[in-house]
Ligand binder design. Sequence first.
Ligand code: NAD
Length: 502
Amino acid sequence: MTSTTDWSLVADELCANGKIFVNGRYINAHNGAIFVKQSPVDGRNLTGISYSSEVDVNNAVCVARSAFEDGRWSKRLPTERKEILLKLAELIDEHKEKLAILDTLSMGKPIRDCLNNDIPLAVTCIKWYAESIDKIYDECVPSRPDVLGTITREPLGVVGAITPWNYPMENVAWKIAPALAAGNSLVLKPAEQASLSAIYLGQLAVEAGIPDGIFNVIPGIGEVTGKALAVHKDVDAIFFTGSTEVGKLIMQYAGQSNMKRVALECGGKSAFVVLKDCVHLDDAARVLAQNIFSNQGQTCTAPSRLIVEEDVHDEFIDNLMQYVPVYQPGNPLDEKTNVGAMVSRSHLHKVLEYVEIGQNEGAKLLTGGQEAYPVEGGAYFEPTIFDQVKNDMRIAQEEIFGPVLSIISVKSVAEAIKKANESSYGLAAAVWCENLSMAHQVARKIRAGLVHINSYGDDDITAAFGGYKQSGNGTKDKSLHALDEYVEFKTTWIRLNSLDTS
Ligand code: NAD
């Protein structure tokens, strides 16, 4: 769906708020510190964003703690929390154009993806948890007749959420929706590359009726602001989405401080397995191209390793190459553009380095590998494919987080499974195979949290999302399983005195 809006004009007139949002109000950092946010679309300066220090983080956590303890949200009826969160979802939808332009300018994603994908999915997520919260029952245990054992859910308390920049609104929604639905107070630290939409949510939270102090946003740089939140002794849990490297630090911070609960959603190097009995090679190629090149390749589940049986290798590559031109980057402010800018020039340089690494390792560059769509200050990169990749090469093992595909040929199904699993990551995978029985057996053997058969990216809010191995620590986003991460389960035993009925 496209609109008649001139997004370049909207961008030129944009006035973005980069302040901290705490206790229902926008404030500056206590020392007035800011960092300047430049757009990867064209290098323009967007605004100064408050740089929350330890003092600001502590202030936000204290506010969130007292708001939690007085029960202004945690003790509200589930039906009341539901109505307020539904209102928040409605407001996000009403303000989607503003939120979309903030995200496009911040991280280069096409405006149409923000409008038609990220924001609607964030709205769905918030509505889904809002609707869930008054339909969940606690439990009675099947124990002895002289006791009644119950297991009840209680909110955790003060929850910290640290989010990445690649799907700014969606990743924030995955955390705030279950956290708030479950009755927690929240301190959100969005990625420094894309904080503006999260900051904007503050005013929507107030308008929706979320009490002051329950939803707080502390922008800042990871090593300072994020760390201060993760080591804070009065934060009960950290819900983190980001790189595996930082995920490991978050675990250490929890251990060094108060052993807070840690839930990690981290990186990936997902395998897209095409077996020789796949009869829909063109469909497989189309789906692969879409999932590795969309969002400029900056998707945690992007299928960045194609593992293909050699009998169908050439035909599959011919099909795949036809789709490459579809994913050439363009101006993300044009609603016809399907691939925009990478998040920053520094990230683009990291991807360029991987192209050099791949060539030095002996992989064959089939297409791409260069900057594209030259705009001063912009960060655009061609869809890139390497063939003749060995699975132990760095380009096959490390998360490049760009539109770069590595093709690995195998001689058998067993080798395909082995190569798919030879990775420190285990986020997602696909198996393309006509024989469903075989596809299912392969899917079972792949060590990944999400496996698609003859598809990719079909997952929605109803199913748990999270990785095996170093893609996460087993916790889940989405579905009712995620809601369980945001509560404590309390067991209560009640002794039943025998009743004299004589
Ligand atoms: P990142 O790890 O650099 O940053 C993520 C967040 O952590 C940001 O808010 C950042 O400011 C913060 N941070 C950085 N250093 C920190 C520190 N020392 N202490 C506390 N916080 C710190 O990741 P990114 O570049 O923002 O995002 C890309 C990564 O996120 C990729 O690895 C991608 O696979 C992953 N990701 C995973 C999922 C998933 O669901 N598994 C979803 C989206 C993105």
